[in-house]
Design a protein. Structure first.
Length: 149
């Protein structure tokens, strides 16, 4: 599995509830550009429109060796999920405060481009502070246990 892009901000800014693996519908030169690692999912998000899932603000830079056809770098990309998954997601996203965000883009063992999509709830500032506080306490406890041993 070759990881192309990771959304590091996602785990800090959102509470991840569920994850899904989705395929991406790409044009020819976009795949080659992805294989080179020219992708950015930092501000990307997904929406469900007319029974289809679309990924927005996912930037794939143009492949430098393509000449005839280069698709727009930030065009919306269709995500490929099963119908029952889309129906389930439609119901969950309708809940207040839930959104779909990509966590990472990668190539699986068969060479297909995939997106790890997360159903997430945005965290408030005080939630983030509490999380940071808890992590520092856990780190200090581990250090104390190491010294004790």
């Amino acid at each position: 599995m070759k990881v192309v892009a990771v959304n590091r901000k996602a785990k800090r800014d959102y509470e991840i509830l569920e994850t899904y693996e989705a395929g991406i519908e790409l044009k020819g030169s976009e795949v080659k550009s992805l294989r080179e690692g020219n992708a950015n999912i930092k501000d990307a998000f997904a929406k469900i429109e007319n029974g289809e899932v679309w990924l927005y603000n996912f930037r794939i830079s143009p492949y430098k060796y393509s000449s005839a056809f280069t698709p727009e770098p930030e065009r919306p990309k269709k995500l490929l999920l099963h119908k029952r998954e889309i129906k389930k997601l439609t119901g969950r996203v309708a809940e207040r405060g839930l959104t779909l965000i990509p966590l990472k883009v990668y190539f699986n063992k068969r060479g297909w481009a995939k997106v790890e999509l997360a159903l997430a709830r945005g965290m408030k500032k005080y939630d983030k502070r509490e999380l940071i506080k808890r992590r520092t306490l856990e780190r200090e406890a581990e250090r104390a246990m190491k010294r004790y041993k």
